[in-house]
Design a protein around this ligand. Sequence first.
Ligand code: C2E
Ligand code: MG
Ligand code: MG
Ligand code: MG
Length: 279
Amino acid sequence: EAKRNGPASCCAYTPELRRALAARLATESCLREAVAADRIDVHFQPLVRLTDGGIHGFEALARWRLEDGSSVPPDVFIPIAEEAGLISDLSTHLLRRACKTALAWPSGLILAFNISPLQLVDILLPERILAVLAETGFPAHRLSVEITESGFAADLERALDIIGRLREAGVRIAIDDFGTGYSSLSQLANFPVDKLKIDRQFIANFLTSDKQMKIVRAIVQIGLGLGIATLAEGVETEEEHRRLRALGCQLGQGYLFAAPMPADEVATYLAGLSDPGAP
Ligand code: C2E
Ligand code: MG
Ligand code: MG
Ligand code: MG
């Protein structure tokens, strides 16, 4: 019998609900276990300067490695971590790992790190991030925090306060998946942003769609006008690379350059780029 005053009393406790709850609890506890057992990895994908092919930095991308060798993509487990209230701890864990890895890179390189929109309501976020920087010794000015426009939806003032405090500490701010959210164009002017990442969906079609081309060009122009760098996500072909460079887009990221790679492959990747004999 359902409890009279509990939340269960307002809806039927059906076998379906029971199964759904059980599955979710199982996934949550698997995720908790994975975090504790260090089975959440960080992979790194290069951010490339479109003008000369030089490396601007790497974006940290989380991977949940399963026992059978397969892996769960972040689009799947980050929402579970958010719902389970695990995102803050998971994120701190990932940032610590990423900063430790990035300390071994050449000192000019940026570490880009994704923050979930939910974290932009956590007033302790700046302290948490700065504590990891202090603990690992990774310099604030080499960290670029990536936030999506939906991060401003819940509580704009609070999000701006959080971002402002990170910016004051020297951390860089990038707007991720730019163009897909509740566009914050009005915010850009009084907003300390360093980089706009043009969402992959625009890059996927801009060579064949005149409208998409105009959108990409307009975003690059906004960036040029406001002194904010633009980065094209999902660059997959030489032709896309060439056209983006011609538009004035400074940075790119995508399979054309490299897919996300495990931490221990970054050094080899960088060595291959600077080796004049490399293919
Ligand atoms: P994002 O930040 O927009 O990351 C870029 C995504 O595009 C990555 O997917 C990357 O693997 C993929 N990608 C890169 N180049 C190409 C390309 O040329 N073609 C195609 N089709 N895809 C490309 P991934 O790694 O699956 O991550 C998905 C999303 O999960 C990320 O989107 C980010 O929003 C989120 N995410 C990843 N790691 C974290 C994390 O540590 N914390 C949080 N909160 N979110 C994360
Ligand atoms: Mg990102
Ligand atoms: Mg993105
Ligand atoms: Mg994206």
